[in-house]
Ligand binder design. Sequence first.
Ligand code: NDP
Length: 283
Amino acid sequence: MAEILDGKLVSAKIKEEIKLEIEEIKKTSGKIPGLAVVIVGDDPASKVYVKNKRRDCEEVGMYSEEHALPENISEEELLGLVKKLNEEENIHGILVQSPLPKHLNEDIVFENISPEKDVDAFHPETVGRITLGRYNFVPCTPMGVMELLKYYNIDMSGKECVVVGRSNIVGKPMALLLLQANGTVTVCHSRTKDLGEVTKRADILIVAMRQRQFIKADMVKEGAVIVDVGIHKKDDGKLCGDVDFESVAKIASYITPVPGGVGPMTRTMLLKNTLTAFKFKSN
Ligand code: NDP
């Protein structure tokens, strides 16, 4: 049976480190790292994410402020707020909760966040920097996956790493980080032929395909490390991932549970990125 990659445990440890670091910053400089979260409209899932972000900030002693804007806000008004937050001295990270209502152009909004405060790592400059390996921020989910693998001393160097999914927020940056860690990386997507043949080659398999319990034991190599990024709500209200945990855990060496795997790591990496942004500004 696979060992659990416990994202809840690891994120709690990282949060404790962040909390201590913030206490020290407060003591020595009187300053506090600050995060601004902008939410537009009434999407229930987004509201939960934003509430969790506020709670996470409180837990580590980070300043946070929330800007809840009406669904029908104009792009000009939203950009006006983003520009104001870019200038605010006490705000070090800015996150605009995605998805935005259809009449707002997310690309334009993200491009207007100052790269120094781009803690969600969606700005084209940040993306370019990740490609070059000269980055300050990485999107929170792939960064959380890397931290989790590092915590369990899982060496990526020379390993067959397969990423299922090529989204801008998970799959693509995940592949780049694995490449920087000297993995031999393959990226799969909906046009990949014979997915199971490819996933079966993986020593480290990262699944972010938004397909409920899609990856079964017969698609996985014995002893592989499995990271399940997917989150789905089952009919009984419980959460599950893109991987069929029951069958795959029997043959993998390590596996992330859902919930309690990648999710808590993602949340904690936002705090880490905000602290990085603060330090970046203070240097
Ligand atoms: P997207 O929907 O943006 O991307 C899904 C990717 O999977 C696409 O690249 C798509 O290919 C690929 N894909 C879909 N079906 C198949 C298939 N049958 N075979 C191979 N590839 C396939 O998803 P995200 O990257 O945003 O998120 C992925 C999952 O992770 C979701 O379940 C999401 O809820 C979850 N998530 C979890 C987070 C966490 O903190 N745990 C954070 C972010 C996301 P193509 O490009 O060809 O369409």
